[in-house]
Design a binder for this molecule. Structure first.
Ligand code: HEC
Ligand code: HEC
Ligand code: HEC
Ligand code: HEC
Ligand code: HEC
Ligand code: HEC
Ligand code: HEC
Ligand code: HEC
Length: 440
C-alpha cells in the first residue's frame, strides 16, 4: 500500500482552506453522522476511520469528472472506483483491474445476455446479470451529474465506471467498513458464486474444507493483520485462501485467475495459458496442509473427471447441435426459440459445469447427483431423442455410430447381467483407463 493518504489529506485541507472550503471537508462526517448514523459508525469503526482516512479522501472528485457535483462547498462524486482506491492501494487495484473479474461487465454479446433479454426482459438483465457482473454506470440525461437510476446502485464485479476504470472494490469489501475479516469468509464470494451454473459456495459447504471451516471458524484468526496459511491459521482453507491469500512463498493476489489451470466455463473445457505454472501456484497452497502425493492424487482424479465430461458428453453433444444448426433444421428461426437449444444449454452451462466444479473443489454430490447424473439423463433421454426427431439421415447415422461403436455408449443395448459382470470383473472400467493416462 502507498501511504500517501496523509499527504493527500494535507494537500486537500490546504487547498480547501485557500478556497474557504475547510469546513465542508471537516464536516462531512459530523453532518452525515446525524443523517446516516449507520453509515457513519461503519466508517468510524473501520481501519479507515481509525487511521484518519476521511469521507473526502475517497469521495473527492475533479470538476472535470462527469459525475462530479458541488456539495456544501466541496467537489465530490458518489462513485468511488478502483481508480480512487488506487491512490492508496495501487498494487491491489492493478491486480484487480487485470483479472478476469474486471472484464465481467462485458457480457452484452454473450448467449447468456441474449437469452436474458429475449426470454426475460431488460429489468432482469439489470437487477439480475448486472448486479453480479457489473453494468455500465451512466449519468442521468435529465439531471446532469446525477447517476441514472437504471444503472446505479450497482456493485457488480466488472462494473464499467464513467472514469474508464473497471470493477468495484466494494463488491468484496463492503462499505463503509471495508473489513478484510469479512472479505476472507466464503459468504463474501457467495453473493455471485452460487446457483445452478456455478455452485462454488454450495460445493465448498459440502466439502471437507467447508466442514472444517464452519466447525472451527473461531480458530481462523480472521481479524489478523497478515493472513498467511500455516502461520496465522491452519484449521481450514476458505475461497480466499486458495484463490487469493498469501502463503509463506507467495504474496496475496487480487487476480483470482492466477492459480487456475482449466477453464470450466465453456461447453468443452480447455487448459488456460501457462496452466502448469498456475497449477503449481495452487498446489503450493495445498502443501501447507497436505503432502504432495495426496495433492497429486486429487488433481489426477479431477483431470480424469474433466476428460470424462469432455469426451463422453460435451464433444458429441456439441457435434450434434452443430449439425442441427448448420442444416437449419430447427422449427423456429430465433436462437433459444427451440427446446433442443435449452437442453444443450443446460447440459453444458448448468449440469456439466456443476460436475466439473464439484470435482475441482471436492464436492462429491455436485460431481455426480447434481452433475454427471443430470448430464447423462439429459444426453440420453432429452437431447438425443430431440435430435432424432428431425429425421435427418446424417444426424441419425452419427448417433447410431456413437451408440453402437463407442465403448462408452454401447452399454445401452447390452443385457444388465452382462454389464454387472463387466463392472465386477473390471472390464467396463478399462474403457475409461485412457482418461487417467491421458491426463497424467
Ligand atoms: C451540511 C450537511 C452536509 C455536509 C457538510 C456534507 N453532506 Fe453529504 N449529504 C448531505 C445531505 C442532506 C445529502 C442528501 C442529498 C443532498 O441533499 O445532496 C448528502 C448526500 C451525500 C452523498 C450522496 C449524494 C448522491 O446524490 O448520491 C454523498 C456521497 C455525500 N453526501 C458525501 C459527502 C462528503 C464526502 C462530504 C464532505 C465533503 C459531505 N457529504 C458533506 C449533507 C451533508
Ligand atoms: C475508503 C473509501 C471511502 C470512505 C473513507 C468513505 N466512503 Fe462513502 N462510499 C465509498 C464507496 C466505495 C461507495 C460506493 C459507491 C459506488 O458504488 O462506487 C460509497 C458510497 C457512499 C454513499 C452513497 C451510498 C449509500 O449507501 O447511500 C454515501 C452517501 C457515502 N458513501 C458517504 C460517505 C461518508 C459520509 C463518508 C465519511 C463518513 C464516506 N462515505 C467515507 C467509499 C468510501
Ligand atoms: C487516502 C488513502 C486511502 C484511500 C483512498 C483508500 N484507502 Fe483503504 N486503507 C488506507 C489505510 C491507511 C488503511 C489502513 C492500513 C493499515 O492498517 O495498515 C487502509 C486499509 C484498507 C483495507 C484493510 C482493512 C482491514 O480490515 O484491515 C481495505 C480492505 C481497504 N483499505 C480497501 C480500500 C478500498 C476498497 C478503497 C476504495 C473504495 C480504499 N481502501 C481507499 C488508506 C486508503
Ligand atoms: C474478489 C473479491 C475482492 C475484490 C473485488 C477486491 N478485494 Fe481486496 N481483498 C479481498 C480479500 C479476500 C482480501 C484479504 C486477503 C488476505 O488477507 O488474505 C483483500 C484484502 C485487501 C486489502 C488489504 C491488504 C493487506 O495487505 O492487508 C486491501 C488494501 C484491498 N484488499 C484493497 C482492494 C481494492 C483497492 C480493491 C479494488 C481495486 C479490492 N481490494 C478488490 C478480496 C477482494
Ligand atoms: C449470482 C450472480 C450471477 C448472475 C445473476 C449472473 N451471473 Fe454470469 N456468471 C457469474 C459467475 C460467478 C460466473 C463465473 C463462474 C465461473 O468462473 O465458474 C459467471 C459466468 C458468466 C459467463 C461466462 C463468461 C466466460 O468468460 O466464460 C457469462 C457470459 C455470463 N456469466 C453472463 C451472464 C448473464 C448475461 C447473466 C444474466 C442473464 C448472468 N451471467 C447472470 C455470476 C452471475
Ligand atoms: C459481485 C460478484 C462476484 C463476487 C463477490 C466474486 N466474484 Fe468471482 N467471478 C464473478 C464473475 C461474474 C466471474 C466471471 C467473470 C467473467 O465473466 O468475465 C467470476 C470469476 C471468478 C473466477 C475465475 C477466474 C478466471 O480467471 O477464470 C474465480 C477464481 C473467482 N471468480 C473467484 C472469486 C473469489 C475467491 C471471490 C471471493 C473472494 C469472488 N470470486 C467474488 C463474480 C464475482
Ligand atoms: C482447497 C482450495 C479451494 C477452495 C477452498 C476453493 N477453491 Fe475454487 N478452485 C480450487 C481448485 C483446485 C480449482 C480448479 C483449478 C484448476 O482447474 O486448476 C478451483 C476452481 C475454481 C473456479 C474456476 C471455475 C471455472 O469456471 O473455471 C472458481 C470460479 C472458484 N474455484 C471459486 C471458488 C469459490 C467462490 C470458493 C469458495 C466458495 C472456492 N473456489 C473455494 C480450489 C479451491
Ligand atoms: C488450511 C489447510 C488446508 C489447505 C490449504 C488445503 N486443505 Fe485439503 N483438507 C484440509 C482439511 C482439514 C481436510 C479434512 C481432513 C479430514 O477430514 O480428515 C482436507 C481434506 C482434503 C481432501 C479430502 C476430501 C474428502 O472428502 O475426503 C482433499 C482431496 C483435499 N483436502 C485436497 C486439497 C487440495 C487439492 C488443496 C489445495 C488446492 C487443499 N486441500 C488445501 C485442510 C486444507
Amino acid at each position: 500500500m502507498k501511504r500517501i493518504f496523509s499527504t493527500v489529506a494535507l494537500a486537500l485541507i490546504a487547498m480547501g482552506a485557500s478556497m474557504g472550503l475547510a469546513r465542508a471537508a471537516e464536516d462531512c462526517a459530523s453532518c452525515h453522522q446525524e443523517k446516516n448514523p449507520g453509515l457513519y459508525q461503519q466508517w468510524k469503526n473501520s481501519k479507515h476511520g481509525e487511521q484518519g482516512v476521511g469521507c473526502i479522501d475517497c469521495h473527492q472528485a475533479d470538476k472535470k469528472d462527469v459525475d462530479a457535483f458541488e456539495h456544501y462547498g466541496a467537489t465530490i462524486a458518489t462513485l468511488v472506483t478502483p481508480k480512487d482506491c488506487a491512490k492508496c492501494h495501487e498494487k491491489e487495484a492493478e491486480q484487480a483491474m487485470k483479472s478476469y473479474h474486471a472484464s465481467a461487465g462485458e457480457i452484452l454479446d454473450s448467449a447468456d445476455a441474449y437469452l436474458a433479454h429475449v426470454a426475460g426482459g431488460q429489468p432482469v438483465a439489470i437487477a439480475g446479470c448486472e448486479n453480479c457482473h457489473g453494468g455500465k454506470v451512466k449519468i442521468d440525461p435529465n439531471e446532469p451529474n446525477k447517476l441514472s437510476k437504471k444503472t446505479w446502485p450497482n456493485s457488480g464485479i466488472g462494473r464499467i465506471n464513467p472514469d474508464g476504470s473497471k470493477g468495484s472494490c466494494n463488491a468484496c469489501h463492503s462499505r463503509h467498513s471495508f473489513s478484510v475479516e469479512q472479505a476472507r469468509q466464503p459468504e463474501n464470494c457467495g453473493k455471485c458464486h452460487l446457483g445452478p451454473d456455478h455452485p462454488q459456495k454450495e460445493i465448498y459447504e459440502e466439502s471437507k474444507h467447508g466442514i472444517a471451516y464452519f466447525g472451527n471458524k473461531d480458530k481462523m484468526n480472521l481479524k489478523s493483520k497478515t493472513w498467511v496459511v500455516g502461520q496465522d491459521y491452519y484449521a481450514a482453507p476458505t475461497c480466499s485462501t486458495c484463490h487469493m491469500s498469501a502463503t509463506k512463498n507467495q504474496a496475496m493476489t487480487h487476480d483470482v485467475g492466477d492459480r487456475i489451470s482449466w477453464t470450466l466455463r465453456p461447453p468443452i473445457s480447455k487448459h488456460k495459458d501457462n496452466w502448469q505454472g498456475k497449477r503449481g501456484s495452487m498446489q503450493e497452497v495445498c502443501l501447507n496442509c497436505h503432502q504432495q502425493a495426496f495433492v497429486d492424487g486429487h488433481y489426477y482424479q479431477y483431470d480424469a473427471m474433466v476428460e470424462l465430461y469432455n469426451e463422453k458428453f460435451a464433444k458429441p453433444a456439441t457435434a450434434i447441435m452443430d449439425m442441427i444448426k448448420k442444416k437449419g433444421l430447427m422449427e423456429h428461426k430465433a436462437s433459444f426459440a427451440n427446446s433442443v437449444e435449452w437442453e444443450y444449454w443446460e447440459l453444458w452451462h448448468h449440469e456439466g459445469r456443476r460436475a466439473r466444479m464439484g470435482a475441482a473443489m471436492m464436492g462429491p454430490d455436485y460431481t455426480w447427483w447434481h452433475g454427471i447424473y443430470d448430464v447423462a439423463h439429459n444426453f440420453y433421454f432429452k437431447l438425443i431423442p430431440e435430435a432424432r426427431s428431425y429425421n435427418d439421415a446424417e444426424i441419425n447415422a452419427y448417433i447410431d455410430n456413437l451408440l453402437k461403436n463407442d465403448p462408452m455408449h454401447t452399454w445401452l443395448d447390452k443385457p444388465t447381467a452382462e454389464l454387472k459382470a463387466a463392472i465386477k470383473s473390471g472390464e467396463l472400467q478399462k474403457v475409461y483407463q485412457g482418461m487417467f493416462n491421458k491426463s497424467k
